[in-house]
Design a protein around this ligand. Structure first.
Ligand SMILES: Cc1cc2nc3c(=O)[nH]c(=O)nc-3n(C[C@H](O)[C@H](O)[C@H](O)COP(=O)(O)OP(=O)(O)OC[C@H]3O[C@@H](n4cnc5c(N)ncnc54)[C@H](O)[C@@H]3O)c2cc1C
Length: 295
């Protein structure tokens, strides 16, 4: 934790995060008070039915057998789980994504901020959400809020001002409810820090896509943490399927984030550098005088 001298109220706010970009602190080290629980399916369903179902979708493309025959053989073990996983792995790697749209995962997500939920619900394809209503739920004793680590670790005076503002907003909310203002209007004063709960169901293709974006170190710390929890839950029921939840650069083999051209995140090389190395290599391999002409 960084220790800083308290700042007098009204004096200039010290700059935070103005140094050269670096990989954000792994949010997995912080207890943010949020949870993601896989409520469906359990391990038995995944092993007994999900893997055979995905295998059936993959195998049907290349087989004379009827899909229900393939499914029966996969479920009763005539096709070994190893063989099923081997085909599924190859098909996923090839990007034949419809095969993994047949299975879904449902998560109970609690204690995340509205700043996070606003990002999460931007995902549209293959995913369904239901979120706690700020119209029908009245937060009688004030809503619970999220405190970002940079503010927790900042100048104590700055942190105190933040907490005062957030608590003040929630007190005003309660006063408005007491004065007869409906919850649907009183909620306008809620900050982004307000916590919320959601149910999220995503098919495996959507979950891999979302994880690719949100496990990336360029993603915002809170949503990144959420997807670390989601990956942990999927791993618990299937290390095989969980292994496909990774930052997008892992299956791509390169980073395509413009903000990482300097490769401050070292997980994979940036595509500009990969292409430059490829061009350099191709040039070295060409016989002298055989450069491609511009026209
Ligand atoms: C690091 C980061 C920063 C971001 N910053 C901002 C920001 O500053 N401002 C902002 O507004 N948003 C921002 N976003 C949100 C982003 O633009 C997307 O809206 C969000 O990530 C949802 O992803 P998606 O578009 O892949 O949609 P999904 O619904 O997850 O769709 C999955 C895929 O399906 C296909 N698809 C879905 N819908 C359509 C469609 N209608 N037409 C054609 N193909 C479709 C696309 O191939 C898409 O990638 C950010 C996201 C990330 C990860």
């Amino acid at each position: 934790m960084v220790t800083v001298e308290p700042r007098a109220k009204g004096s200039p706010i010290p700059a935070v995060g103005t140094t050269a970009p670096s990989i954000p602190l792994n949010p997995g080290r912080l207890d943010l008070g949020m949870r993601a629980t896989l409520v469906f399916p359990n391990r038995e369903i995944v092993e007994r039915y999900y893997v055979p179902l995905i295998y059936t979708a993959c195998r049907t493309c290349y087989s004379e057998l009827a899909p229900d025959d393939i499914f029966e053989r996969a479920v009763d073990g005539r096709i070994t789980p190893e063989k099923q996983r081997e085909l599924i792995g190859r098909v996923i790697e090839s990007g034949h994504g419809s095969t993994i749209e047949h299975v879904v995962f449902t998560f109970a997500i609690t204690g995340v901020s509205r700043a996070l939920s606003h990002q999460l619900v931007r995902h549209r394809a293959g995913v369904a959400f239901d979120q706690q209503s700020q119209r029908y739920v009245s937060y009688k004793k004030g809503a619970s809020t999220m405190l970002p680590a940079t503010i927790a670790d900042a100048d104590p005076e700055l942190r105190r001002e933040y907490e005062e503002q957030v608590e003040g907003a929630l007190e005003l909310y309660s006063e408005m409810l007491e004065a007869g203002i409906p919850g649907e209007d009183a909620r306008f004063v809620f900050p982004n820090a307000t916590r919320t709960n959601l149910v999220m169901t995503a098919n495996l293709r959507a979950l891999i896509h979302m994880s690719g974006l949100r496990l990336c170190t360029m993603a915002q710390w809170e949503i990144r943490r959420l997807f670390q929890l989601i990956r942990h839950e999927v791993f618990a029921v299937s290390p095989f399927l969980g292994s496909f939840l990774a930052p997008k650069c892992v299956p791509l083999g390169y980073c395509d984030e413009a903000a990482n051209r300097d490769e401050h995140c070292p997980i994979r090389p940036h595509k500009d550098n990969v292409l430059a190395a490829w061009a350099e290599n191709a040039k070295r391999g060409r016989p002298a005088g055989s450069e491609p002409s511009a026209g």
